[in-house]
Design a protein around this ligand. Structure first.
Ligand code: MN
Ligand code: MN
Length: 298
């Protein structure tokens, strides 16, 4: 099966990277340094990052990638979600680990992993998505935690990280039936029971992706649009990836201009509504007639 081989190749590279980095990161490490090291490693292997490395601390659930002059570090006693994507010729693997620096986070992180396991067992042809969501929801609740209800796993296709079918972390009316050959990222997000269990958009976004060609008089905006469509194949990107080919000056303004004109999407930083700490565990899973193949675990 050619498709499985393509996905297995990027999946294995990602599994190795996550295994290495989830034990290498230390309190005080610069997020910018970690993100650039990991992205450099992916490129060094002959692959591409499928999206900017996400390093989301504590109550930040997702979508934080360090901006070009970022000074933030891994805080003492924190919980860090390391979420990485690897792409090769359109095949994408997406996976995340929660790294923690205080034992009080241990159970929440373990419950996110258990919810992933419960969901993955159901990834067989014929299963409906809502059964998978139910398994995630019930595993998390039965352990005394709650899921983040407005975050979801997602179907992956060639060059498409989010291909239109979601696996929400709480049951919905989704009627989609899983098929042989489907590839899904399953990603339970867990927080404490007394929290909202919802994330909201921050006002700032560091991750973008191509939406459509729009008219603009700015040559910088034109260049960014071309790079976003052609070099990044419509996959998510960040300012750090542009400063080698366009000038830093005016870059932030050009990005917000393009968002306003509808040329690119912005993915705002997502934080838990009550500022509660959030844990995540994610792997990419390939569905065969013999059952699920987890591509991003060693
Ligand atoms: Mn991810
Ligand atoms: Mn994902």
């Amino acid at each position: 099966m050619e498709e499985l081989e393509g996905y297995a190749k990027v999946g294995r590279a990602l599994a190795l990277i996550l295994s290495k980095w989830s034990s290498a990161i230390r309190e005080g490490d610069s997020l910018l340094h970690v993100a650039e090291e990991i992205e450099g490693e992916i490129r060094g292997l002959g692959f591409k990052p499928a999206f900017p490395v996400n390093l989301s601390l504590n109550e930040i659930a997702a979508h934080y990638t360090p901006p070009p002059e970022d000074c933030s570090v891994v805080q003492e006693g924190s919980l860090l979600k390391l979420d990485v994507g690897v792409e090769f010729e359109g095949y994408i693997a997406d996976a995340a680990r929660s790294v923690y620096f205080d034992d009080r986070h241990e159970r929440m992180v373990e419950v996110a992993r258990q919810a992933f396991e419960a969901a993955t067992k159901l990834m067989r042809p014929g299963t409906r998505i809502r059964e998978v969501s139910k398994a995630i929801y019930e595993t998390i609740k039965s352990e005394g935690f709650i899921p983040i209800r407005n975050l979801a796993g997602h179907k992956i296709t060639k060059y498409k990280l989010h291909s239109g079918v979601d696996i929400p972390n709480s049951p919905t009316l989704s009627f989609y039936k899983i098929k042989e050959g489907d590839v899904f990222a399953i990603e339970p997000f867990v927080t404490d029971r007394e929290c909202s269990g919802l994330v909201k958009d921050e006002k700032i976004a560091y991750i973008f992706s191509f939406k459509r060609s729009v008219r603009t008089s700015s040559s910088l905006e034109k260049r960014i649009l071309r790079i976003a469509a052609k070099d990044f194949h419509g996959l998510p990107f960040c300012a750090r990836w542009l400063i080698s080919s366009v000038s830093r000056k005016g870059l932030d303004r050009a990005l917000s201009g393009l968002v306003r004109k509808g040329g690119i999407y912005a993915y705002p930083v997502l934080v838990e509504v009550n500022s509660c700490t959030v844990a995540q565990y994610e792997n990419t899973v390939f569905v065969t007639n013999n059952g699920p193949v987890v591509l991003t675990e060693l």
